[in-house]
Design a protein around this ligand. Structure first.
Ligand code: MEV
Length: 359
């Protein structure tokens, strides 16, 4: 039996700007996992996902019409990951075979609600890692990232793929996305093997060492929103606000570059200042686009953290889900936990996940 896992992620800074090539984000992998097991099968294979088996298929309306929310369905990610990895295997003259594949996830709550920890990215990465072992493909980390990014783009189309980078590499990362139009053009004429061999313009995946006094605390406010819908809505309204949107992009880039500098020089104070600045920038983006990123519950999460000297902001697409707080050493953390619990904010007992060296 093959068993592999891929961790979830949290965005620390640079959200929304990171969907544009050349605009970095800080992302961290956390110690909750999607696990894929694979067993060889005969003639007929199976795919089972505990993330999905008992859940209703969610649907929404676009222009009044009912549409299935396929981007929330892990099977699409699993199938896209299998299709691309098997295409690559065939290019390497590997004989395809049958298997039973089972996915279990710690990234969704027991009633199927998402915590916003990047379960679709992690399921894509874990599926590719399992097939890598099953077919003996010897894909390295960057190749796994590229395959997972291609699979993810097939299904979702509008994300930065930062969650995939965190899930592949683990730890703290500075990440900028590749030129998506360039890759779409290359895909028309290139084999998967060629795509994996190319340098992807704009792509940056830079592991960072966290300053030793930096403490990350995570709170969950419930009411998760669909990331891809929020990204679509920001994308639609930015067209009318080109100048201010460009200002947001350049300010976000400067802010995240300062955070990277803070990591390189062990300067927790600078990192905290820039987390606060990024929160303000995201609130400005909200005003610009009419998309609620920091909900009332996330505002309370952040404001409470600030009273204990934590630097806080929403994490990821916002509209619900998680907020993050960065502390300089431990003081303030315990009183914040009590204050959050009184305000019905759930502290999530997550830690940074660093990949073992041999992996
Ligand atoms: C969502 O987790 C983070 C966004 O920047 C979207 C993305 O990077 O794909 C809002």
């Amino acid at each position: 039996m093959i068993e592999v896992s891929a961790p979830g992620k949290l965005y620390i800074a640079g959200e929304y700007a990171v969907v544009e090539t050349g605009h970095p984000a800080i992302i961290v992998a956390v110690d909750q996992f999607v696990t894929v097991t694979m067993n060889a099968a005969r003639k007929i294979g199976s795919i089972q996902s505990t993330q999905y088996s008992d859940l209703p298929i969610r649907w929404t309306r676009r222009n009044g019409e009912l549409v299935l929310d396929i981007r929330e369905n892990p099977f699409h990610y699993i199938l896209a990951a299998i299709r691309l990895t098997e295409k690559y295997a065939q290019e390497k003259n590997v004989l395809l075979s049958f298997y039973d594949l089972k996915v279990t996830s710690e990234l969704d709550s027991s009633n199927g609600r998402k915590y916003g920890l990047g379960s679709s990215g992690a399921v894509t990465v874990a599926t590719i890692k399992a097939l890598n072992a099953f077919y003996g493909l010897q894909l390295d980390l960057l190749e796994i990232f590229k395959l997972a990014a291609l699979a993810h783009l097939e299904v979702q189309g509008n994300g930065s793929c930062g969650d995939i980078a965190a899930s592949c590499y683990g730890g703290w990362l500075a990440f900028s996305t590749f030129d998506h139009e360039w890759i779409k053009t290359q895909q028309k004429n290139c084999s998967v093997t060629q795509l994996l061999q190319m340098d992807w313009p704009g792509l940056l995946i830079k592991p960072l060492n966290a300053p030793k006094d930096l403490r990350l605390i995570i709170g969950w406010t419930g009411s998760p929103a669909s990331t891809s819908d929020l990204v679509d809505r920001v994308h639609q309204s930015k067209q009318q606000q080109q100048t201010r949107y460009k200002e947001f992009l350049s300010e976000s880039k400067k802010c995240v570059e300062q955070i990277i500098q803070g990591f390189l020089t062990d300067d927790v104070h600078l990192i905290q200042q820039m987390i606060r600045k990024n929160r303000r920038l995201l609130n400005e983006l909200s005003h610009l686009t009419g998309v609620t990123i920091e909900t009332a519950a996330l505002k309370e999460l952040c404001d409470l953290a600030e009273t204990f000297d934590g630097a806080a902001k929403s994490s990821g697409a916002g509209g619900g889900d998680c907020g993050i707080v960065l502390f300089n050493q431990k003081s303030g953390i315990l009183p914040l936990m009590s204050a959050w619990e009184k305000a019905e904010i759930t502290p999530l007992p997550l830690h940074v996940y660093n990949r073992p060296r041999k992996d």
